[in-house]
Design a protein around this ligand. Sequence first.
Ligand SMILES: [Zn+2]
Ligand SMILES: [Zn+2]
Length: 346
Amino acid sequence: MHSWAHHSLVVKDTPRNGRGVFITEALAKDALLMVFGGHVLTFEEEASLPERIRDVSIQIDRGLVLGIVKTEELSAADFVNHSCDPNTGIKGQISLVSIRDLHAGEEITFDYGTALYRVGGALPYALACNCGASLCRGKITHNDWRCPELQKKYQGYFPYYLQEEIQKLKSATPDSFVYVAPCELGKGVFAKKAIAQGEEFLVLEGEVISFEEVRKRGEAEGNPIQIGDDHYLDVVSPGVYLNHSCNPNTGIVRDHVLMALRDITAGEEVRIDYSTTMQENSWTMECRCGDQDCRGKITDFRLLPKAVRERYLARGVVQTFIRNPNSFEANSILHNRSESLRAVET
Ligand SMILES: [Zn+2]
Ligand SMILES: [Zn+2]
């Protein structure tokens, strides 16, 4: 039950992360560097390991990791550090290969986010990152594989189960979860099938435009969704028909993905709270949502009652530019929008 490592790999101290694995000779892209071995463990078994060796496992299938169970089993494979801008990646489930040419003396790293996946009940994974790369994401989570930029960057270097999940994500059509139909407010977006709480089910797509352009297009100001101080997503169907509710069943995560805030039944109208996207200092609208908690008026997020703001913030359904005014994340959608991020099927 041992890992195999290329003969030119050595374990040495690193300036930043304790020990790391270094290569002593230059190698070309796609060179096989390691094949991981060990014990196949469930998440529960992994969680019961001594702390020192718990985190060295690598996830090899949806609910399984490959790890060691005794400190004496530690080998070079257990010292490969994470980087948000790594030089190696996964092939298959257990092979580590170079994803670019390597020069002699450099540390080999891979992006732990490319081998993390969690489903129902499994504890989420989140680890603060200070890998030092200029592209550092600041944290590593079990959802990193969902990011279109990472999918593109590591294409061909994800374990097979994540390649399958990414494929599912891409092939789900935007309207596989919803349809547009008349409702008391004109048209609305309805659930085609039951959607579970926490499920991400529609990516809002459209052109990114400025406030000036919103004005010029003479559209109802409620249609484009604000994604930055002066950036709006001019949402196309079906998202353009989303109505507001002061007590919505859906929120927007990552600035343009709809997520169910509670279980939604088939045929139920999907609604968001427009205020979670609004910071305009001007526009308000009378609310006719009909909910018993209706606030009567749709206003900027900062004008919501404190308890309501806190509830939305806790659920992660407030646009990034409102949550974190200095964040560059709000603009990531601008760079990403040509990517075909699709509805998420979990
Ligand atoms: Zn990092
Ligand atoms: Zn209302």
